[in-house]
Ligand binder design. Structure first.
Ligand SMILES: NC(=O)c1ccc[n+]([C@@H]2O[C@H](COP(=O)([O-])OP(=O)(O)OC[C@H]3O[C@@H](n4cnc5c(N)ncnc54)[C@H](O)[C@@H]3O)[C@@H](O)[C@H]2O)c1
Length: 350
């Protein structure tokens, strides 16, 4: 492991921490920006790499002046040479609207990006974390989804660039582990929500909140009885850190998500209640490829990481709604762009 920049730094309280230099790809995105913040808070140096495809400067501008924070505009499909102690690989568009915008680039980001980051980790002999996804299970025939389920994925459909890109990245991680003894950590992340999501990235939580706050009707596909599980971002980041800091033999893949299931109708009603909106509901036919259930089995995370989500949906929604309320009233450059591009395809519900 590269240690030249390691030092011992005081953390909050009196305990001393091992200060590392940590690379986060996709660090200007929704999850990445929270991870940057959390690792800086723990006393580490953070190098954030992002090409701003779906990430925004607004997500990290409050970190820009920080002495231990560095931002590199870089596309992970090209090799990167930096000296770090750990790598979190998060770079990839994550919502269907974004990953279907340029599907070839999505596959490249996931596959070439993984190869480049794994090559870097191999050279540095450092630990590397992969943000994989519940989408590797495709349209699952097993409920809830356990890590030993191999999934049901269409290799040639419009979602395949993301699903298969992430599956191939997992393959690469495990081959680098077997072939080069690389220290890997693979998390399969389920639906996560919270401040800094895109206002109109087509995901159900952001869609409902933005529609409720702007007084537009909330569109529900199907009869609203399909279920989803929603994990608040702070819980997810805690799970990622616990996995990264777990003993070597814990490689994953490990599911990280909230196993509490809610129907889409329940979510819509909760959003209306918390926002106090007068928005009405409209119902449209369910898209053909919309799974009726998506729920993680988090037994492995409980067992190996002692991790489970703690934030109730109502509490997480309040924090997320406050954020969207502020964003919509400020109307930043990045937000206007996303709103304009995303409205025509807002049928996606996950
Ligand atoms: N948010 C979720 O619910 C969820 C669920 C499952 C998996 N994930 C995974 O977690 C990671 C982060 O997701 P997110 O929700 O924060 O999405 P996001 O779109 O907000 O963040 C992704 C970041 O990657 C950057 N990026 C994309 N292509 C890049 C490239 N070629 N080079 C450098 N940077 C690039 C984007 O600009 C963005 O900042 C992704 O890998 C995603 O697949 C997220």
């Amino acid at each position: 492991m590269h240690t030249s920049q390691s030092a011992v730094a005081p953390a909050a309280g009196n305990e001393m921490i091992d200060r590392k230099t940590i690379l986060i790809t996709g660090g200007a995105g929704f999850l990445g920006s929270h991870l940057c913040e959390r690792l800086l808070g723990e006393g580490h140096h953070v190098i954030c790499v992002d090409n701003y495809f779906t990430g925004r400067k607004e997500n990290i501008e409050h970190l820009m002046g920080h002495a231990r924070f560095e931002m590199l505009r870089h596309d992970v499909t090209f090799p990167l040479y930096v000296e770090v102690d750990e790598i979190y690989n998060l770079a990839s568009p994550a919502s269907p609207i974004h990953y279907q915008h340029d599907p070839v680039q999505t596959t490249k980001t996931n596959v070439h990006g993984a190869i480049n980051m794994l090559g870097l980790a191999k050279r540095l002999k450092c630990r590397i974390f992969q943000a994989s996804t519940s989408e590797v299970y495709g349209d699952p025939a097993m409920h809830p989804q356990r890590e030993d389920y191999w999934g049901n994925v269409n290799p040639i459909g419009p979602r395949s660039c993301y699903d298969e890109g992430k599956r191939c990245a997992e393959t690469l991680f495990f081959d680098y582990h077997r072939q080069h003894a690389l220290d890997i950590k693979v998390a399969r992340i389920f639906n996560t929500y919270g401040p800094r999501m895109h206002p109109r990235d087509g995901r159900v939580v952001s869609n409902f909140i933005v529609h409720a706050l702007t007084g537009e009707p909330i569109t529900i596909y199907g009869d609203g009885s399909q279920t989803r599980s929603f994990c608040y971002v702070d819980d997810l980041i805690e799970g990622c850190l616990r996995l990264m800091n777990s003993p070597d033999p814990v490689t994953g893949p490990i599911n990280l998500g909230n196993p509490s299931e809610f129907t889409i109708q329940e979510l819509a009603e909760l959003v209306i209640e918390v926002t106090g909106s007068k928005s009405t509901f409209t119902y449209l036919p369910l898209p053909k490829d919309d799974p009726t259930r998506r729920q993680p089995d988090i037994s492995l995370a409980r067992q190996h990481l002692r991790w489970a989500p703690t934030v109730a949906l109502r509490d997480g929604l309040k924090l997320t709604i406050d954020y969207f309320d502020r964003m919509l009233s400020i109307g930043t450059r990045g937000v206007r762009f996303e709103v304009a591009r995303a409205t025509s395809v807002s049928r996606f519900t996950r």
